[in-house]
Design a binder for this molecule. Structure first.
Ligand code: TRP
Length: 328
């Protein structure tokens, strides 16, 4: 039986929050037991925008520890840092030579972040070619990503199909797998906006490494409404609905059942905070342990990079050969 390969990536561009946890990491932890899974910390993508070298280094290691603490098991999946596997940068060039200027210009993420600004880095424009390389190098079939990455996945497929058609069969055509639940964790202070690490204030974002006290404070200040009825209603009660979603994401219960148990917002908030604190406690403890053993973290990442390099190598050789580069 052929094993299905999964690959996904995450940028080391700041602390992870519970939106990332419920929206992505939780699904990865599950996927690792079902598929041949590769998870990469995409540090090369993180330098497409303004950054500080020291912060990038710290963020990369902290993200690795957070992913391990959240349950990615290096004995079960392959977890590695993108820049440790040089094939990513190499294949990316071949794919930049396959993608067109027009295609890259149509990427909404580039349009939003960079189109009108002359000083953005050239690599922000070619970012999707590197992302395509991340995926195609491993012949991945499933790529778990958020809705915001769907367009990049479509482009990856287009590039792969074009490469295969022009130069001969080289890449598997991957598919995006968008998680059905968890994608909807909203900012506590602005419940109609998605929880995001780039929010102007930290008040509405619960970070995975927040202390129990910080979590309780943030949840108790969460914006609700004046109706004072606990009801699941996204359109009219986004704040309360978000609290119910959070509670259920943390406990596995169903929102409508939970709603009927509460009459006061205060009680709901206290229980939401407690559920999140309880969920994060073991994770935070493992994070603590890992941060006391940086040599172990380096060892895990080195082994991950070795395994990834081995799997990526034949695809890179095939792609170089098929596009017409002379073998050394
Ligand atoms: N662009 C993705 C994001 O911002 C991160 C990413 C990079 C990625 N390479 C990838 C995701 C490969 C999936 C597969 O979320």
């Amino acid at each position: 039986m052929a094993v299905i390969r999964v690959l996904s990536g995450i940028q080391p561009s700041g602390e992870l929050h519970i939106g990332n946890y419920f929206g992505a990491i939780q699904a990865w932890v599950k996927d690792q037991y079902e598929f041949d899974s590769f998870f990469t910390i995409v540090d090369l993508h993180a330098i497409t925008v303004e950054h500080t070298p020291e912060e990038l280094r710290a963020n990369t290691l902290s993200l690795a520890m957070t992913l391990l603490a959240a349950g990615l098991d290096p004995e079960v999946c392959t977890i590695f840092v993108q820049s440790h596997v040089s094939a990513h940068a190499e294949l990316s060039w071949l794919l930049e030579c396959t993608a067109t200027y027009g295609e890259l210009s149509r990427m909404t993420q580039f349009k939003e972040k960079g189109r009108s600004d002359e000083s953005v880095r050239a690599a922000l424009f070619t970012y999707p070619a590197l992302m395509a390389a991340d995926i195609l190098l491993y012949q991945a079939e499933r790529v778990p990503v958020g809705e915001d990455q769907r367009q990049h996945l479509e482009l990856t497929r287009d590039i792969a199909i074009r490469f295969n058609t022009k130069y001969g069969e080289t890449f598997k055509i991957p598919e995006a797998t968008i998680p059905p639940l968890g994608a909807r964790v909203m900012d506590l202070a602005h419940p109609t906006k998605k929880m995001s690490k780039s929010a102007k204030s930290r008040a509405g974002t619960i970070f995975i490494l927040d202390t129990p006290d910080e979590i309780s404070k943030k949840v108790s200040k969460a914006v609700t409404d004046t109706e004072n009825k606990v009801r699941y209603d996204i359109a009219n009660k986004p704040g309360v609905t978000n609290l119910l979603e959070l509670f259920c994401a943390a406990t596995g219960e169903h929102p409508s059942e939970v709603a009927s148990r509460y009459s006061m917002y205060g009680d709901l908030k206290r229980n939401v905070a407690d559920a999140i604190i309880a969920l994060l406690e073991p994770l935070q403890q493992r994070y603590e342990e890992l941060s006391e053993d940086p040599a172990e973290v380096s060892r895990i990442l080195r082994l991950g990079a070795e395994k990834a390099t081995e799997i990526a190598a034949p695809t890179l050789v095939l792609a170089k050969n098929n596009i017409g580069l002379v073998a050394p």
